[in-house]
Design a protein around this ligand. Structure first.
Ligand SMILES: Cc1cc2nc3c(=O)[nH]c(=O)nc-3n(C[C@H](O)[C@H](O)[C@H](O)COP(=O)(O)OP(=O)(O)OC[C@H]3O[C@@H](n4cnc5c(N)ncnc54)[C@H](O)[C@@H]3O)c2cc1C
Ligand code: SF4
Ligand code: SF4
Length: 464
């Protein structure tokens, strides 16, 4: 049953908020403010005295459980976005509409980028060619402000370098989007699929107000990490949560594979970063450590509503190269041309890839986000939990092994957060002991499930 039409009653109280912040930017009475909560994610707060209950916050929310039919899911929303020359655009169930699929890198930005440095190259090109005046992207924040990163409006080409690199950290966009309404000009916005969805919903709801965002660029997403992820990794370097400076998540090892990257941070009072190879901490993605609940009810991992989507090319031969390759999806003829020009000017190295290869590069993500979602929707329904409408249907016949794995991942998600709340002041000393039982079970069932998979044996025989 729908409660009063604001996001607090319908989204936050149903544990569905991802903390994108867009609701705060559209609120006409400035009744919503966004803050980090005790679980290390952003969440809006309402001043009920100022709220006029107009409900726009809920209409733009990517996790609105009661959207109108014409904006029900990504499929309906996309039909409201005027992508030109639709006839040339293809569609796949894996990552939506596309006009070109490439793997590649930007010659000048690869070294400093997380994957192929394509995001930084693209944002600079858009600015240099006056396609946009400003870029809304993420940069480092002064840690005295209680967080390590923020969104900022960047108006000089050289400032784009400040935004490069992936931050596995929650970053809300509300404040800066509000600011963009005052600062005139054309904008490009780069962010996660859920934030892009919220911006699209704002553009549909109020086209004139949000027409200044001319380009939306989505990074692929396998799930957000709360601030606890950074604290957890830092604790492995003996850096307490209140002494972390300048965390970095994707230090490349150019002599190894793309997946062999490291985390680093500086301990307050020191000058050199301490470095943690991620392979020392094990799988942080498949297990769902420190992931917000909302991500488990999100089925768009590529940013289907964006003009361009950028990710990592997690398939051989590209994944064997530690210097990094981007997976690039353009979704309009205009953005396809931008990449063709980059290639002609030899600023980009690009290789065309097939739909199948692109989908394969995000296979694990797809399995958890779509197949897993079909299980989670069924369980949510049986527990009378409110969730947003999805394209994927509830599973009818559960595979008991898969069901066990998806359940255990949900359990680890919740346990990792609760245990970290107990352990964060103690440098996480008992964290591993406390989580080990569930982690071992997940490991065991995952191994068992692999043994029953045909693909596992084919890959083993082929030596991949
Ligand atoms: C939480 C998260 C999960 C991800 N999961 C996947 C995945 O499963 N599969 C995959 O292929 N790729 C994933 N990515 C994307 C990938 O890590 C790279 O960010 C992407 O390939 C762009 O690389 P690049 O070298 O082109 O970008 P760079 O040139 O290094 O620039 C990075 C750009 O990303 C933006 N950015 C970085 N962190 C954030 C953030 N937290 N919120 C909003 N914007 C941000 C920056 O503003 C910058 O513009 C994820 C990224 C994040 C933040
Ligand atoms: S719009 Fe974003 S921040 Fe606001 S309630 Fe929805 S998910 Fe949370
Ligand atoms: S998984 Fe979905 S909801 Fe979670 S951060 Fe990524 S895009 Fe947003």
């Amino acid at each position: 049953m729908r409660d009063s039409s604001n996001v607090i009653n319908n989204v936050v109280n149903n544990n569905l908020c991802i903390g994108c912040g867009v609701c705060t930017a559209v609120c006409p009475t400035d009744s919503l403010t966004i803050k980090l909560n005790s679980k290390g994610t952003f969440e809006p707060h309402l001043n009920p005295d100022d709220c006029d209950d107009n409900g726009i916050c809920l209409k733009v929310c990517p996790f609105n459980p009661f959207p109108e039919d014409q904006i029900k899911t990504e499929d309906e929303i996309i039909s409201q976005i005027s992508f030109e020359k639709r006839d040339q655009i293809k569609k796949t169930k894996f990552f939506g509409h596309y006009s070109s699929l490439n793997v590649g890198y930007a010659q000048k930005h690869r070294e400093n980028g997380s994957s192929g440095g394509i995001a930084s190259w693209l944002l600079k090109k858009l600015m240099r060619e006056n396609k946009v005046d400003h870029v809304i992207a993420t940069i480092e924040e002064n840690p005295n402000k209680g967080k390590h990163f923020k969104y900022a409006i960047l108006s000089k080409e050289e400032d784009i370098d400040l935004s490069s690199k992936t931050k596995y950290y929650p970053i809300e966009a509300g404040d800066v989007l509000k600011l963009s309404l005052e600062k005139k000009g054309k904008y490009a916005f780069i962010g996660l699929p859920c934030t892009i969805k919220a911006i699209r919903l704002a553009q549909i709801e109020n086209p004139k107000t949000w027409a200044h965002i001319k380009f939306t660029i989505s990074i692929f997403c396998g799930g957000l990490k709360s601030t606890f992820f950074t604290e957890y990794l830092s604790s492995k370097l003996d850096v307490p949560h209140n002494e972390i400076l300048s965390p970095k998540y994707r230090l490349k090892n150019v002599d190894s594979t793309a997946g062999d990257y490291s985390f680093s941070c500086i301990k307050n009072g020191e000058t050199s970063p301490r470095i943690l190879p991620m392979k020392q901490v094990g799988d942080m993605w498949g297990t769902g450590y420190f992931k917000p609940n909302a991500c488990d009810f999100c089925e768009d991992y590529s940013g289907e509503l964006a003009d361009i989507s950028l990710g990592d090319a997690w398939i051989p031969p590209y994944s064997n190269d530690g210097r990094g390759h981007s997976l690039i999806i353009t979704r309009t003829s205009e953005t396809k041309k931008i990449f063709q020009e980059g290639q002609e000017m030899e600023q980009l190295y690009l290789e065309k890839i097939s739909e199948k290869q692109a989908a394969l590069s995000q296979e694990g993500n797809y399995n958890h986000r779509r197949i897993g979602l079909s299980y989670r929707l069924k369980w949510a329904k049986s527990e009378n939990k409110i969730v947003p409408p999805k394209r994927i249907k509830e599973i009818v016949f559960e595979n008991p092994l898969k069901a066990k794995i998806f359940k255990l991942r949900q359990q680890i998600q919740q346990e990792s957060t609760l245990i970290w709340m107990e352990e964060r002041d103690n440098l996480g000393k008992l964290f591993e002991t406390k989580i080990s039982k569930t982690k071992k079970k997940l490991f065991l069932f995952t191994k068992l499930e692999h043994l029953f998979r045909k693909k596992y044996w084919i890959r083993k025989i082929k030596g991949k």
